[in-house]
Design a protein around this ligand. Structure first.
Ligand code: UDP
Length: 334
């Protein structure tokens, strides 16, 4: 049985038709919440909401998050999961101004509405980009940040996300609203798309099409990939626990691999004969813009929420390969 407050709480997921947003929508519906997803479909897709659409507890609003009448919509015990943002290295580098705008304007609008309504709970999706390179033990919430401000669109993304964190915490402090900042580290899973520069779907598509797998640099840069199903459980825990407000939490998998290792794994698992090409970094990742090592320290969320990721990256990559083969009906004969 669900606790009584589930009946009086609506969960708003901005960016709800996106990769992570739509998985959050599904999870909160499974937990019997009423869920409203808001998305302008600039990078999200209605296909991601197929399961959700079958639920009477679900509503979708196709609009820009900053055009929503938040004071009219929000109730005093509602939860807002704010994920709507310009994302993906390719996309943010193409439009730094839109990135800066989209990533901070709605935060204040929503928080202002919460002040007016005298309640609610706000969770802000931030990013591991704010750390720059991770030390070997992993980036911790207490670390000093190495925010590069000279990297064009990539900086617009990082700085606007960081500003969103600051505004979130300032509203929490000033008005006593329960707010939580979540720093997501490289999340992967079904529904993630390749158009905006995410490495796992790109490699899988290349391998399935028999095209060269494009590893940038020497391929020794590392990432720690977290399964989206693990991540949404963490977000659920943070948004329903009392002791998590006013704080920042890393959410990720502290198990790094090199990008070359990822390419080799994708090639082997798809049975592809695609060559692996080591290429110079493209313009949007050139110079010092491509992070060399990224790994979360998840001690805080582990000790305070008893959460840790359960899925090995290889298992997630296999699931995504399967999805790509089903969706695109691709066979590998190369
Ligand atoms: N990457 C790559 N080939 C590609 C796309 C990405 O080698 O076709 C590398 C990229 O340079 C980076 C890593 O994969 O080092 C992860 O890139 P992604 O954009 O997925 O995440 P982020 O850089 O934001 O961690």
């Amino acid at each position: 049985m669900s606790p009584a407050w589930v009946d009086t709480t609506t969960v708003f997921v901005t960016g709800g038709a996106g990769f992570i947003g739509s998985h959050l929508v599904d999870l909160f519906l499974q937990k019997h919440f009423k869920v409203v997803a808001i998305d302008d479909l600039s990078t999200g897709s209605l296909d991601n909401l197929e399961t959700a659409n079958a639920s009477p507890n679900f509503q979708f609003i196709q609009d820009d998050v900053s055009r929503i009448d938040w004071p009219g919509m929000l109730g005093p015990s509602d939860i807002v999961l704010h994920l709507a943002a310009s994302v993906g290295v390719k996309k943010v580098c193409e439009s730094p101004l839109a990135t800066a705008h989209n990533n901070h304007v709605p935060v204040e609008l929503i928080l202002n509405a919460m002040v007016k309504k005298g309640g609610g709970r706000f969770l802000y999706a931030s990013t591991s980009e704010v750390y720059g390179d991770s030390p070997e033990l992993g980036s911790s919430e207490q670390d000093f940040l190495q925010v590069h401000t000279h990297l064009g669109g990539r900086s617009a993304y990082t700085v606007s996300k960081l500003y969103g964190e600051l505004i979130t915490q300032a509203y929490g402090d000033a008005y006593g609203i329960p707010v939580t900042v979540m720093r997501f580290f490289n999340t992967i899973g079904t529904r993630q798309r390749s158009e905006y520069g995410m490495v796992v779907p790109i490699f899988i598509q290349q391998a399935l099409a028999g095209e060269p797998i494009t590893v940038f640099g020497d391929g020794k840069q590392t990432r720690s990939f977290c399964d989206v199903f693990d991540l949404v459980e963490a977000v659920f825990g943070l948004s329903t626990a009392c002791h998590t407000s006013g704080k920042i939490y890393n959410i990720g998998n502290p198990d790094p691999i090199s990008i070359l290792e990822l390419a080799q794994f994708v090639k082997a698992e798809t049975g592809s004969s695609s060559p692996i090409h080591l290429l110079p970094f493209p313009a949007e990742r050139a110079g010092k813009t491509d992070i060399r090592a990224r790994k979360p320290d998840i001690s805080r969320i582990r000790s305070e929420l008893d959460w840790q990721p359960n899925t090995h990256w290889q298992q997630t990559v296999r699931t995504i390969i399967h999805e790509h083969m089903m969706v695109h009906d691709q066979c590998v004969y190369h």
